[in-house]
Design a protein around this ligand. Structure first.
Ligand code: NAI
Length: 412
């Protein structure tokens, strides 16, 4: 095995050792032979935890091909180990160009999949636009993230969706932990790896107070930053205020920020309107799915020069001498520059992916081409397995308590 693969194999083994929930689901899928003989096309961030999911599906009898869902998020050592040591077909490399990225998605689709596992809906989008000849063979798909679900719901609304999708993102055991605590911790990890700068005492602006934004704001506060939130939703803005954060419009927040992290899933959060107001040496990063939250086109247009000043940091110098530092080309900084979500978080998210793949294998024929929630009993099963793995016991309702809670007749 090459030295690169050996490093990747160690990472995969470490992750596997810390993913007991996925292990339990893997064993059950193996025993029930649910996935045996199915072809599964996956586009997820190619790193160690994803490797464990892909290998789990393979061990359960599926034929799996894997590409990345982002040109910057591949761990080359893991990609190398997956193909060299485990015989998995992987089409991904870090810093791949946009053309290579789409070519790799195409190669994954050449498998003629029965199921797709997507993160951001690029695979599903390709299937519905450039690879329509494959659509009739696809039984269904899973979607991992908020942005993908937004795209897929739009396809459903337009009557364009041709197969059922399971909305993994909105399972409780996914977004409550992955989007919040996973992105919270790994964004700080990515930021520190990229910059090696101090967070304590600095003004840290988080754009968007959804699941990911909340996690990032919470962890930045924990690191001692003065955290400011920007929002467009009045309810979320009140929530941020009552959680103790200062809420400002970006026009004001951008003037005082030392760090700005976008996590909205929308676009043009930081543009030419804001760049002239920023402080010298401000650090900008994005945790949302696509790289369009911070306008690179505007940065290119307004700046005089651009150069790489650290592995994951580009410095844009403006005509007045001001320097703006952009992390990981405005792509998901927690995965591009950091190590992605903690293993224990992805144990839960990928357990949901695996049970949802099993669910589709068994039930896709009964489903319409719509976006479906993960069945509540499967969400609960993953929660119970996680509790067990943590060694935490909880109470059970007595029969009388259950009757009381379910009855409208009983008063106090
Ligand atoms: P969410 O829907 O819970 O939150 C998004 C928030 O952004 C909402 O409160 C919305 O009102 C706000 N928002 C929208 N446009 C805005 C703007 N222009 N300015 C300020 N606020 C704005 O979504 P969630 O789950 O937090 O996901 C956000 C993004 O992060 C998505 O693209 C999602 O796919 C991605 N994501 C990234 C992860 C990572 O590892 N980096 C993990 C999970 C999700």
């Amino acid at each position: 095995m090459s030295e690169l693969s050996e490093r990747g194999a160690l990472r995969i083994e470490w992750a596997r050792d810390h993913m007991p929930v996925l292990a339990a689901i893997r064993e059950s899928l193996k025993q029930k032979k649910t996935l045996r003989g199915l072809r599964i096309a996956m586009a997820l961030h190619v790193e160690a935890k994803t490797g464990v999911l892909a290998l789990s599906l393979q061990e359960a009898g599926a034929k799996v091909r894997l590409a990345s869902c982002n040109p910057l998020s591949t761990d080359d050592s893991v990609a190398s180990a997956l193909s060299e040591a485990y015989g998995l077909e992987v089409y991904a490399k870090k810093w791949e160009t946009a053309e290579e990225y789409y070519a790799n998605l195409q190669k994954v689709l050449d498998l003629k999949p029965d199921l797709v596992i997507d993160d951001g809906a690029d695979l599903v989008f390709l299937l519905h636009t450039k690879r329509t000849e494959l659509l009739s063979g696809v039984r269904g798909g899973n979607e991992e993230t908020t942005t993908g679900i937004i795209r897929l719901r739009a396809m459903e609304r337009d009557g364009a969706l041709r197969f059922p999708i399971v909305d993994v993102n909105d399972a409780q055991m996914k977004h409550l932990f992955d989007n919040r605590y996973g992105t919270g911790q790994s964004t700080i990890d990515g930021l520190m790896t990229a910059t090696n700068l101090l967070i304590a005492g600095r003004t840290f602006v988080v754009a968007g107070y959804g699941w990911t934004g909340r996690g990032i704001a919470m962890r930045a506060r924990g690191m001692g930053a003065r955290v400011v939130v920007t929002e467009v939703d009045p309810v979320k803005a009140i929530e941020a205020t009552m959680d103790g954060f200062e809420v400002l419009p970006m026009s004001k927040a951008s003037r005082i920020a030392d760090f700005i992290i976008s996590a909205t899933g929308g676009k043009d959060v930081l543009t030419a309107t804001h760049f002239p107001r920023l402080k010298d040496r401000v650090v900008l990063g994005n945790a949302g799915h696509f790289d369009n939250e911070i306008s690179k086109a505007d940065l290119d247009r307004l700046s005089k020069t651009k150069k790489k000043v650290r592995e994951f940091v580009d410095e844009y110098v403006f005509p007045d001498g001001k320097r703006i530092h952009l992390i990981a080309e405005g792509r998901l900084l927690n995965i591009a520059a950091g190590q992605g979500h903690p293993v224990e978080i992805m144990d839960m998210s990928f357990a949901i992916q695996a049970v949802s793949a099993g669910y589709l294998a068994d039930h896709a024929a009964e489903l319409k081409p719509r976006v479906y929630p993960v069945p509540a009993n499967l969400d609960l099963k993953v929660a119970q397995l996680k509790l067990r793995s943590l060694g935490i016991g909880i109470d059970r309702l007595t029969k009388e308590q259950r009757t009381y809670l379910e009855s409208w007749r009983e008063g106090t």
